[in-house]
Design a protein around this ligand. Sequence first.
Ligand code: CAA
Length: 283
Amino acid sequence: MGIQTMMVIGAGQMGSGIAQVAATAGFRVILNDIQDEFIQRGLKGIQKNLTRDVEKGRKTEQEKAEILARIEPSTDLQAAAQTDFVIEAIIENLDKKAEIFRQLDAICPPQTILASNTSSLPITEIAAVTNRPEKVIGMHFMNPVPVMKLIEVIRGLATSDETYQIVEDLSKKMQKIPVEVNDFPGFISNRVLMPMINEAIYCVYEGVAKPEAIDQIMKLGMNHPMGPLTLADFIGLDTCLYIMEVLHEGFGDSKYRPCPLLRKYVKAGWLGKKSGRGFFRYE
Ligand code: CAA
C-alpha cells in the first residue's frame, strides 16, 4: 500500500510539526483542526521553520514553496475520506480521541491506517472503538518534531504486522528513526522520562536544591541537552502531570505519585513556557 495523502488532526505544536515533516517528505497533507485560526497558527510555525532552513542554506525558496503547497488546511473531518493515512495529534484526552477515531472509522476507506500521536494513552483502547483495530497504531513523535529523530511506534494488542511495517516505512520516509514498543502506560519514552522529571520536582519541593542547580547538575553531569525542569516547562507542566497520572493509575504503584508541587503549579496556571511561567519565567 502506497501512502499518497495523509491527514494530520490537530495543528498545535505536535500536529504542525508532523505536517511539516510529512510535507517535506513529499506527502500531500491535509492539516485539520476545529478552527481555521488554529490551522493558520500552525502554518505560521511551519513557515517560520522553513524560512530558517532557507536562511541556513538547507532548502531553496522553491523547495519551501513546494512543501507549503503540499499542505492543505481543512476544518472538515470528512476530508479524511480522501486519505490513506490519518494521524491524530489533539490534546491528551481519551474520550476526545475515542470520539475522533469513531468518526474516522466511519469516514475513511477500509484500507486507511489510523494512528495516534498520544504520548501515553492506551492504543488498544483507542483501537477498540473502531472496526479496524488491526489498522490502529501509535506513532509518538518527540518535540520539537522537525529536530528530534525518534518515532516511538506503539503496537496495540490487535495492530497487524502489515500496519506496523507500513508505519515503519513511513517513519523512515519522514527521515525519522522508528523504534517498536508494546502498549503499556507511558510506553518507554514517558515511563522513563516522566519519573525523572517528577523526581526533579520533588527535589525542588523538598528544598534539596534550587531549580537552576538541579538543571545544571543534569546538563553538566549527564550531558542532557536541557535540564529536567526546563524540559518540563518546555513539554508543559499540565502534560507532565497528566502523564504521571496515567502512569500512577495504570500501574497502581506509588512510585509514580505526581509531586504535590507539580499539581500546585498546574492549579496556579503555571504551565511552563506556553503560559510564560513554570519552574522558570519566559518573556
Ligand atoms: N522547531 C524547529 N526547530 C527547532 C525548534 C523548534 N521548536 N527548537 C530548536 N530548533 C532547532 C534550531 O533551529 C536549531 O537548528 P539549527 O542549529 O540547524 O539552526 C537546533 O534545533 C538547535 O537549537 P538551538 O541551537 O536553539 O538550541 P539547542 O541546541 O538547545 O537545541 C533542542 C534545542 C533541540 C530543543 C535541545 O535543547 C533538545 O534536544 N532538548 C531536549 C528535547 C527533548 O527532550 N524532547 C523530547 C521531549 S519529550 C516528548 O516530546 C515526548 C512527550 O510525550 C512529552
